[in-house]
Write a protein that binds this ligand. Structure first.
Ligand SMILES: Cc1ncc(COP(=O)(O)O)c(C=O)c1O
Length: 464
């Protein structure tokens, strides 16, 4: 049985040393798990062992093809169990990532003339732009701390009730870590006769998600997530969907695997999910995801949540003491159950890109900075005015990214611990006290800062 305490030792690459500005190599501390997690040894071992058995799936008749097909379908079953997908009405479609899954749904969901899609201002672009390509999108507001405004949601559900084609909201924010009350939202949405989609890219690795039976008013109709954020970075994305949305109409990608029979002038599509998985599917990615889900099930999602809540509480407590620290979202150390271990911040007036760069070059800490693919949300958190926004657009269109509004983001995974937060806090404290070793130069085109006279020797660390 795996436990949280095992995870450091079970993480592939946990001990890796990386170069720093002083010439000293330091152990890499990875605090960008919201973007993508490293993989786990049990997942890696499963993939390595499976490669000896790998063969193309579905129509191959040999033993390896049959075994690979069996494992691919078993992976679907493991996903089904993990999210408590109970209904035959749901189908599980494997693809590339959450973005592709949402795009697929946006292209394929049956809408009526005049339908709108209701989403929110706190969305990652991947749960906003695909809908804009399909229908008019209405955004539910957020409050000044960035929390979803439930009154505005209720108002918009009422105002647009008969026009709503789908309500698509994130399970948790990739900027502030806020967890949305998805049960409550689902009930509200269903009470207006609409369907509910959860972008679970952030929530799925950190909290139990129960799709529930469709008889339950708080059930989820559609769910999308990416395996690379849940310790299986082998290129798989998942869409759990009402089967009926995909039964009618043409698949969005067509070709091998999508058909029952083809003649020179007509085609009969096969059943979902195969109808929606054109071409040779990512068997390795599916098996890796299934193994990662098994490991998390063994640890217990409640233990994952408790561990990350403790880390978040610890980090918030320490970060608040850093001079000049601005934290976005909730800073309440006692409210860590309603948020993920995702903390966005700025230090004084220092550019976020500079802070992130110093963390890397001087302390070997990997974080992320910028707008985190959530421009409308970041602009509202930073209270960017319309004039500032217009000036910003102008600059960016002229390839000048020197003053992009944004923040630095750190985010935890199951293997992070307090000693890493201590190192991170020490590094932030130095930055806040201007104890900075390098002379950092801004590249206006990219908005990145690099220390003068220092070049990364990538070949020394990895060569193809
Ligand atoms: C909330 C949210 N939705 C969707 C995505 C898109 O995920 P992917 O890049 O794996 O498609 C992300 C990625 O960070 C995310 O945080």
């Amino acid at each position: 049985m795996f436990t949280i305490d095992d995870m450091k030792n079970e993480l592939v690459g946990f001990d890796k040393l990386v170069p720093t500005l002083s010439g000293e190599e330091k152990r890499y501390i990875f605090l960008d798990n919201s973007a993508s997690t490293p993989t786990l040894k049990p997942v890696m071992n499963t993939v390595n062992t499976f490669m000896e058995w790998y063969a193309s799936i579905h129509r191959g008749t040999g033993f390896k093809s049959q075994l690979s097909t069996h494992l691919y379908e078993q992976s679907r079953e493991i996903v089904r169990q993990f999210f408590n997908v109970q209904d035959e009405e749901h189908t599980i479609i494997f693809g590339k990532n959450a973005t592709e899954s949402i795009n697929k749904l946006a292209r394929r969901i049956p809408l009526k003339e005049g339908n709108i899609i209701l989403t929110s201002r706190m969305e990652h672009h991947s749960n906003d732009l695909p809908w804009r390509m399909r229908a008019p999108v209405v955004h539910v507001d957020v409050d000044k701390n960035g929390r979803l405004d439930m009154d505005d949601l209720k108002g918009k559900l009422k105002d647009y009730s008969s026009k709503i084609g789908l309500v698509s909201i994130t399970g948790a924010s990739n900027v502030t870590g806020y967890i949305n009350p998805i049960d409550e939202i689902a009930e509200l949405v269903h009470s207006y006769g609409s369907e509910f989609m959860v972008d679970a890219a952030q929530l799925a690795p950190h909290r139990t998600i129960d799709m529930k039976s469709q008889d339950d008013p708080s059930h989820i109709d559609y769910l999308a997530f990416s395996a690379h954020k849940i310790y299986a970075p082998f290129g798989l994305g998942v869409l759990i969907a009402n089967r009926s949305a995909f039964e009618e109409g043409d698949p969005d990608y067509v070709g091998g695997g999508t058909v029952d029979i083809v003649s020179i002038d007509h085609v009969f599509w096969t059943d979902v999910p195969e109808k929606e998985e054109a071409g040779t599917p990512n068997v390795v990615g599916a098996i890796a995801l299934a193994k990662a889900l098994r490991v998390i099930q063994e640890i217990g999602m409640d233990n994952v949540a408790a561990h990350e809540a403790n880390l978040t509480k610890y980090a918030l407590h320490k970060m608040k003491k850093i001079p000049g620290m601005t934290l976005f979202g909730s800073t309440d150390e006692d409210d860590v159950d309603n948020r993920l271990g995702v903390i966005s911040f700025n230090i004084g007036n220092m550019p976020h890109a500079l802070v992130a760069s110093i963390l890397n070059y001087e302390s070997a800490i990997g974080v992320r900075n910028g707008c985190f693919c959530a421009h409308p949300y970041i602009k509202s958190l930073l209270e960017v005015t319309q004039e500032e926004d217009a000036a910003l657009e102008e600059r960016i269109l002229h390839h000048d990214r020197s003053v992009i509004p944004g923040a630095v983001r750190m985010s935890f995974g199951i293997y992070n611990d307090q000693s890493e937060i201590d190192i991170f806090i020490e590094a932030l404290d130095k930055i806040a006290r201007n104890d900075i070793k390098g002379d950092y130069i801004l590249d206006k085109r990219t908005g990145e800062y690099k220390p003068k006279g220092f070049e990364m020797q990538f070949d020394k660390y990895f060569k193809l």
